[in-house]
Design a protein around this ligand. Structure first.
Ligand code: GMT
Length: 380
């Protein structure tokens, strides 16, 4: 197949899923065309089946806001015509789905069919997509796409609860490429972070409010009161400055390291003992699943799609939203008992194995084929 992929190229779950899926499709022999405004950060090597088309938005004195959606639609029309795409798969509804549908309609004028698959990732439904400004466009785009997938059961349900959905939404979960995320031997690195064999807690996110990084600090302070440990904070975003202030006022400030955006996240996960994800909203929690793939158990809130990956009392623990005390208790339960911790590490890994890209990629491939076939039948 000749597949177009539209995604955000930045650090963030939806871009990671889009890129890893595209790479896996390319390995399988499909031609994959990424269409976005920057090279996706995990698209880091040459591949004979992968193409990258950059969307540039020409400026004009009249524009106070650059019309990215129009430029994206125009680029998609151009690539589809030249490379004869069989379908386009857009990740994150806003503004990718409506731009793709616009391109589809333009192409239809000249008799070219371009099926559009939209994958809903999270905040495009649970947060920003609910804004009155975007909601009618999101709803229309979901109903008019040729195929729609959601990354968890919970996200599908939330979509159907909030929007007036008149079509089937397929749940296809996110996945892990185990060639990248398998526990690496990084003893020397561990020694550098925790020279006295302290336990290492980790949090990875884009530091938005909904990630509740302040709860991570509360949990860490509570744990640190009882046992020697270190906290790694990877990622960056709007809340980072506030969190740094919070940490500077903590008596354990020397045990907390801000690492900023990290590409080789697997190396950090490889030395970690516990992942903390207390989010207020999380459709799936890919960053945490990457941790589990590296045998890092998960202390998380019990919202959204998190209970679909984190099995309470087995791969980690689930707590009510904002209950940092319970999260602290659960973290200590594991960190104070090496046998239990090792047992949870193994279970976390086995659970992550269920989301192996080798299993999930063919599900997407079949779905692509079905959507293309259905579009052909509907056109007759
Ligand atoms: O919230 C983020 O970390 C970024 C966001 C994105 O779209 O890049 O993540 C969403 O999609 C990820 C991949 O499907 C999911 O693993 C995240 O849970 C989801 N984030 C939220 O729902 C808040």
């Amino acid at each position: 197949m000749k597949i177009g992929i539209i995604c955000y190229p930045t650090f963030g779950g939806s871009g990671v899923v889009a890129t890893e899926l595209g790479k896996a499709m390319a390995d399988k022999g499909h031609k994959v065309h990424f269409i976005t405004y920057n090279r996706p950060f995990r698209l880091d090597h040459y591949h004979e089946n992968i193409y990258y088309h950059e969307v540039n938005v020409p400026d004009y004195p009249l524009f106070e806001h650059l019309p990215y959606e129009t430029a994206l639609a125009g680029k998609l029309v151009d690539v589809t015509r030249f490379d004869n795409l069989d379908l386009v798969h857009v990740h994150y509804a806003i503004p990718h789905a409506s731009a793709a549908l616009f391109a589809k309609n333009i192409l239809a004028e000249s008799g070219k069919s371009l099926p559009v698959i939209t994958t809903l990732h999270g905040t495009d439904i649970t947060l920003v997509g609910r804004d009155n400004t975007y909601a009618p466009v999101v709803e229309y785009s979901i109903n008019k796409s040729d195929g729609v997938t959601a990354v968890s059961k919970s996200l599908k349900e939330e979509t159907e609860e909030f929007f007036n959905i008149k079509r089937e939404i397929e749940v296809i979960p996110n996945f892990i490429d185990f060639t990248r995320f398998s526990k690496l031997d990084k003893d020397h690195f561990k020694k550098a972070i925790a020279p006295n064999d302290e336990k290492i807690l980790i949090h990875v996110s884009n530091f938005r409010k909904l990630k509740r990084v302040d709860d991570v600090i509360r949990v860490f302070n509570g744990v640190r009161k009882e046992i020697p440990c270190k906290l790694l904070l990877a990622g960056d975003g709007p809340e980072r400055a506030n969190i740094e202030t919070l940490c500077r006022n903590s008596e354990y400030t020397d045990d907390i390291r801000f690492l900023g955006k990290q590409e080789a996240i697997e190396e950090l996960l490889a030395v970690s003992d516990l992942f903390i994800m207390p989010s207020a909203s999380e459709s799936f929690g890919l960053a945490a699943l990457e941790g589990m793939a590296c045998r890092v158990p998960l202390i998380s809130s019990n919202i959204g799609g998190l209970p679909e990956i984190n099995i309470h009392g087995k791969t980690g623990f689930l707590s009510d939203l904002s209950d940092a005390e319970d999260m602290t208790r659960n973290a200590l339960l594991l960190l104070k008992d090496d046998d239990k911790l090792n047992e949870f590490k193994e279970q976390a890994y086995l659970q992550a194995r269920k989301f192996d890209i080798e299993t999930v990629m063919p599900v997407y491939e079949k779905y692509y084929e079905k959507v293309i076939q259905d579009s052909k039948s509907n056109a007759k």
